[in-house]
Ligand binder design. Structure first.
Ligand code: AMP
Ligand code: MN
Ligand code: MN
Ligand code: MN
Length: 276
């Protein structure tokens, strides 16, 4: 089983690196990548735990880019987690996340939703490598009894068009692809079936996109087949994974519940190591 899309407590996952790897090992995962939002903080710990468990580890990231006010999640694989240019860029991304969540909390307060801002923001302030996002707000809203589930918090308050939504500032996809390449990685467009902007893929491919995530928890067989053929047509590799967050808001995903075929993984890895 090859699972190239998982999250930890370094972003909005609920597993520590050790818990993630223990669950992946128990499920029979043989190749694992951790892809936290805008941080590589968990890569060392996940990589070390994988080495002990006999799992092949792929350093990864999921970076939030923005185009036409739409979030475009770009996965990076085989990145040098010590790259200082990537580190500086990701720190900016995380600061923008912190600012945005602060503004969301202010906005919710004007709507009568009172949450403990300090408790929500503090972990990301104290631990600059950790990235915060709307799930932290959604979980606080559940804990305070304003909504029943994180999905309800998004559907009623936090998604675009809802009263607690605050627009995001972020880097353009082309810029994100460049940062991933500069750190020695390959870039893959995450869950294109959730994004539903197929008309952008060819342009991203011209900007150097290496792959698209054909295999994902939210893609059925038909969508996976569709994105496999889009990738083939554009000369792109494919990636895939469960997008495991250890959180019920992400449905039945668990490590290895979505697996990338080994030939696809070999092609992705070859693309990362070819001389440019
Ligand atoms: P942000 O990083 O602030 O843009 O928040 C996006 C994250 O929230 C995604 O990575 C998902 O893990 C999570 N998410 C997105 N939509 C929903 C939803 N409808 N319900 C629960 N979680 C969601
Ligand atoms: Mn997430
Ligand atoms: Mn995503
Ligand atoms: Mn993800």
């Amino acid at each position: 089983m090859i699972d190239l899309h998982t999250h930890t407590t370094a972003s909005d996952g609920r597993c520590t690196p050790a818990e993630l790897v223990a669950r992946a090992a128990a499920a029979g995962v043989t190749v694992l990548s951790v892809t936290d939002h805008d941080t590589v903080e968990a890569c060392d710990a996940v990589g070390n735990a994988c080495a002990l468990a006999g799992i092949t580890f792929v350093p990864g990231i999921e970076i939030t880019a923005v185009r036409d006010e739409v979030d475009v999640h770009v996965l990076g694989y085989f990145v040098d987690v010590r790259s200082s240019s990537l580190g500086v860029f990701l720190a900016e991304q995380r600061q923008r996340r912190l600012d945005r969540v602060g503004r969301i909390l202010v906005q919710l307060e004007t709507l009568g939703i009172k949450l403990d801002s300090n408790a929500i923001l503090r972990p990301a302030i104290d631990q600059p490598g950790a990235s915060i996002g709307r799930p932290a707000v959604a979980r606080a809203m559940v804990a305070a009894g304003y909504v029943k589930t994180s999905n309800d918090a998004f559907a009623t308050w936090l998604s675009r068009g809802r009263p607690g939504f605050v627009a995001r500032e972020g880097a353009a996809p082309d810029n994100v692809i460049e940062h991933i390449h500069a750190a020695g990685g390959v870039a893959s467009m995450a869950h294109p079936g959730l994004l539903r902007r197929d008309m952008w893929i060819a342009g991203f491919a011209s900007s150097g996109l290496d792959a698209i995530e054909a295999y994902h928890t939210n893609h059925d067989e038909q969508l996976t087949g569709h994105y496999r053929s889009v990738a083939h047509r554009l000369g792109l590799c494919i990636s895939g994974g469960s997008d495991y967050h250890a959180d019920e808001s992400h449905g039945s995903a668990h490590p290895g519940s979505v697996s990338l075929p080994v030939e696809a993984f070999d092609q992705l890895r070859a693309r990362a190591t070819r001389p440019s």
